[in-house]
Design a protein. Sequence first.
Length: 119
Amino acid sequence: MRLNEIKYTDAKPVDGYGPGFFRVGGEVIEGHVIVSPQGVAPWGGYEDIASITEALAGEIDVLFCSTGADVAHPPRAFREALEAAGIGVEPMSSPSAARSYNILLSEGRRIAAAMLTVS
């Protein structure tokens, strides 16, 4: 089997997570975050739609919406606002979102992740 080193260019991968934090590009960030090829920013949760649409509309195709330790559906208003901005929403657990984000980021895809912390 051949192993290839993953290169992320300037974008930062999600390195890890734990109760109340994420480690992105080697930096520990407390609380919910938005990670994208454009950078890392704090996220206020489902009510904080503007921070996603203003920064990422036209820049990404899909947003992984991480919902904590378990998969849950994001609120309808959240999903509809993002879809109206041309951003597809894919809910998944935070561990799955971190892995999926890193894989697609390494492929150069137009993706981001809005991540709720694992409690």
